[in-house]
Design a protein around this ligand. Structure first.
Ligand code: FAD
Ligand code: NAD
Length: 396
């Protein structure tokens, strides 16, 4: 048929928002839309630090995609994307092939290990529902194992590599969970150590200094030991080796040292910096009229010429804009340039604690924690309306 084929790769923040906007804007038979995702659920990456530490259930961090889209309007394909063939305008899946006229690449990023030896083999990462299930189980297993052999005190050391937002949010949840695990497994809390290792001269590099200090104070009181200005040099079966040559013995390393773009993007032949493609003002890949790249795989510069950090709010706004631009292309209308509207940054520090910057205002403690809840609830409302808020929302 002559109906244009739109294929969306990935149903994360960017992909879901694109699909929903297309579903709303397109008229009957104006285009065929296919959404491809590895799982039949959408997960809230921004919540994953909680199920990873075991302070919340996995089911609060995901929702069936069929609840978010109208399957009469969008074909949902649950499959793994294996290859993007630009020249043939095809996407190779593990179990088939899709051809496209318009493509949206929204596959999300991958952990960046900077070639640090051992990280790929011995460290966990917070990136998906499956990856956080492993972390949670592994942590509990260390407590159980320790009870069988109390000489292995290293099993009670937990190392988090990188004190960016992911590291800080995870370490805070872990610190909240440890006292509960100690009670459950009859372990003296004094034997447990949580280390957060950061290479830069400060935690949360680039963030407001007063809020960084506040965050570190809160976390230190919860029992976190920081090693700032100290890079992880190697990771082995026995533990992590720091740039200072200190060895921290541990069976648990969670790597939150940074992310890069998806390897499929580089493999497809897009020009990329650490897997991220510098897109044009309409969110298209260089020299491509009908291929859009959004979210963690895209690179956009702010007015000072520095790359925007890859965030969920960026991916969501790009999702809406690229859907509008695809509709405009199909209708032969003018494209709209993308403008990022920064709504602020809110980072959780565990139960009842957070830090936030909204506009020129700073928030910390209880107030910031309420803001975090609001942001989360608003997201649920945006993608799933009040039903999703009631089903998945965390109000307490
Ligand atoms: P994703 O949301 O990662 O979605 C990608 C989708 O593609 C996934 O569904 C995945 O399953 C699918 N996929 C991947 N590969 C394949 C394949 N080969 N085949 C098929 N499907 C595939 N940002 C904020 O703005 N605020 C926050 O508070 C915040 N908190 C965070 C907390 C943590 C612990 C982490 C790790 C990140 C946080 N972020 C936050 C960053 C934010 O999660 C990302 O920037 C955002 O998820 C990027 O959206 P995306 O659409 O590019 O990709
Ligand atoms: P990041 O790149 O922001 O932070 C990684 C940290 O690891 C950096 O501080 C870096 O200096 C450190 N690091 C790198 N190599 C190291 C080494 N060898 N040893 C020790 N430390 C090392 O990554 P992230 O925290 O996963 O965040 C990714 C993106 O997601 C960012 O854009 C962030 O803004 C966003 N995010 C936002 C929130 C929020 O808004 N609440 C939460 C999580 C993530």
């Amino acid at each position: 048929s002559s109906i244009p084929k739109i294929v969306i790769l990935g149903a994360g923040y960017g992909g879901i928002l694109t699909a929903q906007k297309l579903q709303k804007e397109l008229n009957y038979n104006e285009a065929d839309v296919t959404l491809v995702n590895r799982h039949d659920y959408h997960y809230f990456t921004t919540h994953l630090h909680m199920p990873a530490a075991g302070t919340d259930s996995v089911d609060h961090s995901r929702v069936a995609i069929s609840r978010l889209i109208d399957e009469f309007k969008i074909d949902l394909v649950k499959s793994n994307v294996q290859d993007i063939r630009l020249f043939d305008k095809k996407v190779i899946l593990e179990d088939g092939t899709l051809s496209f006229d318009y493509l949206i690449v929204a596959l999300g990023g991958e952990p960046e290990s900077f070639g640090i030896p051992g990280l790929d083999n011995y460290a966990f990462t917070i990136r998906s529902i499956n990856s956080v299930r492993l972390i949670r189980q592994h942590i509990e297993y260390q407590f159980a194992q320790y009870k069988g052999d109390e000489s292995r005190k290293d099993r009670l050391n937990f190392v988090v590599g990188g004190a960016g937002f992911s590291g800080i949010e995870f370490v805070a949840e872990l610190a909240d969970r440890i006292p509960l695990l100690c009670r459950e497994y009859d372990v003296d809390p004094a034997l447990v150590h949580i280390y957060n290792i950061e290479a830069a001269p400060t935690a949360l590099p680039g963030f407001d200094a007063e809020l960084v200090e506040y965050a570190m104070d809160v976390l230190k009181k919860k029992g976190v030991t920081f090693k700032i200005g100290t890079a992880i040099k190697e990771c082995t079966e026995k533990g992590v080796l720091l740039a200072t040559d200190e060895l921290i013995k541990t069976a648990t390393v969670v790597w939150t040292g940074g992310i890069r773009g998806n390897r499929l993007v580089e493999a497809a032949g897009f020009e990329a910096m650490r897997g991220r493609v510098k897109i044009d003002e309409y969110l298209r890949a260089p020299n491509q009229e009908q291929i859009f790249i959004i979210g963690d795989n895209s690179l956009m510069l702010n007015s000072e010429g520095r790359p925007y950090p890859p965030t969920a709010q960026m991916a969501m706004q790009q999702g809406i804009c690229c859907a509008q631009n695809i509709v405009a292309l199909i209708r032969g209308q003018q494209l709209k340039p993308f403008h990022f509207s920064h709504k602020g940054t809110v980072a959780s520090l565990g139960k009842g604690e957070a830090i936030a910057v909204v506009g020129h205002k700073k928030y910390m403690g209880w107030k910031a924690a309420q803001l975090k809840k609001l942001v989360d609830l608003r997201y649920l409302f945006t993608i799933g309306g009040i039903t999703l808020v009631l089903r998945k929302g965390r109000f307490l």
